[in-house]
Design a protein around this ligand. Structure first.
Ligand code: VGL
Ligand code: ZN
Length: 208
């Protein structure tokens, strides 16, 4: 595949807390790192996201006495999964994986920093209204195709891909450069959603 100036690689949440030993470890999370580093070499435009929560964040089960991780809670913006506390601002768990090639990035978007609202997507917070600013960046830079990789396939990768597609971008998810959490069939639901929305799935070999 020939990567152009209008293509961007969007690397979602490759942070210690989503890797083995982390607070919200995605099985095999760190395995995406070498793949992403190789692919990133081909792109001029690389954007990283960083999940970046205050310690009292609404998505943490520990902030809801009597609730356990992976239960859900109805909030004014919809159903919220309660997660183990993760990616707390300024902690080691919130840092990018040490082997991730961050030098390639020309933008880092932090998300989930408002206490009362979670943000899976790199474009809009979970109320589907509050912008992160990334959409404006993509438009102003005249980027057209968004390649998405990272963690977790069925949460932040999924919502980022969907929002980019809804905003009119061509979107391709590089599946071998993603890993999923898989909560109640969420990986299957992700594949279904990608099919319905015309989000394509591409393999790593297309870039090598
Ligand atoms: C994520 C759950 C909570 C993700 C972030 O990066 O997919 N999932 N916060
Ligand atoms: Zn989070």
């Amino acid at each position: 595949m020939k990567i152009s100036e209008a293509d961007v690689l969007l690397v979602i949440d490759v942070q210690n807390d989503f890797c083995t030993g982390g607070a919200l470890a995605v099985p095999g999370g760190e395995k995406v790192v070498p793949a992403i580093n190789r692919i990133a070499q081909k792109f001029t435009n690389v954007v990283l996201t960083q999940d970046w929560h205050p310690h009292d964040h609404v998505s943490f089960a520990s902030n809801h006495p009597g609730r356990e991780p992976f239960q859900t809670l109805e909030l004014d913006y919809g159903t919220q999964v309660l997660w183990p506390a993760h990616c707390v601002q300024g902690t080691a768990g919130a840092e990018f994986h040490r082997n991730l090639d961050v030098v390639r990035a020309n933008l880092v978007v932090r998300k989930g920093f408002r206490r009362g609202i979670d943000s899976y997507s790199a474009l809009f917070e979970n109320d589907q209204k509050t912008p992160t600013g990334l959409l404006g960046y993509l438009r102003e830079r005249e980027l057209r195709t968004v390649f998405v990789a990272g963690l977790a396939l069925d949460f932040c990768v999924r919502f980022s891909a969907e929002d980019a597609r809804n905003a009119g971008f061509e979107v391709a998810v590089i599946e071998d450069a993603c890993r999923g959490i898989d909560l109640d069939g969420s990986v299957a639901a992700t594949h279904q959603s990608f099919r319905e929305r015309g989000i394509s799935i591409v393999g790593l070999e297309a870039f090598l």
